[in-house]
Write a protein that binds this ligand. Sequence first.
Ligand SMILES: O=C(O)c1cc(C(=O)O)c2c(n1)C(=O)C(=O)c1cc(C(=O)O)[nH]c1-2
Length: 228
Amino acid sequence: MTAVAETTLTERLRSQASRYHAAHPFHVRMNDGELSPAQIRGWVANRFHYQESIPIKDAAILSNCPDVEVRRRWIRRITDHDGVGDDPGGIEAWLRLGEACGVPREEMTDHRHLQPGVRFAVDAYVTFARTKPWPIAVASSLTELFAPDLMATRLAAFEKYYTWIDPAGLQYFRNRLFQAPRDSEHALEVVLEHCRTPEAEQAAYDALAFKNDVLWSMMDAIDAAYPA
Ligand SMILES: O=C(O)c1cc(C(=O)O)c2c(n1)C(=O)C(=O)c1cc(C(=O)O)[nH]c1-2
């Protein structure tokens, strides 16, 4: 494939930024400082199911991937979330975020606040990763191309508007500021390398659209469950 064609696929993928969940009304209100503590708590408790499912999703991709070089890098995503050595990992960081917001950790881990629509969307993402060709599952992670801007805006918004939350609890967002660009850069390399036919390029594009729908559906379910 020529560099020109690669640019085109990259551009097509990046063009889906406008459908990223950063534009969801609930996120817009969050970043404008308009959410109540109950709404923030509902969001944090529901998003925990996404956090706990990400390493399972990434293990599914690993289990389908015969390429040692890809696996050597992809496995990092699992330890980032599960922790390794002295690093407690992203799932623990999210639990601490929840506690800083006033949600006891057992209320996250026992799913008592988990909305059916959030469960359904997250589980659909895991099933997608289990059942699609592994480079297409990798493409579905590319929403992370769009994540750093949202993460920076969110961090600033939490520090400015939600001062009732202990800032130490925001470490999860700080970690994602450098993890997300590193991960999405690798995922994009993999997709450009392995999705070279028009059919595979379209499947990669569709995978990213599917993932945008997963994230948007989660936000719809959260928005409906925790009205102003
Ligand atoms: O808070 C967010 O807006 C957000 C978005 C995304 C994303 O774009 O998929 C991820 C994360 N956070 C995140 O924390 C995370 O670990 C993560 C992993 C993945 C993925 O698809 O592999 N996306 C995301």
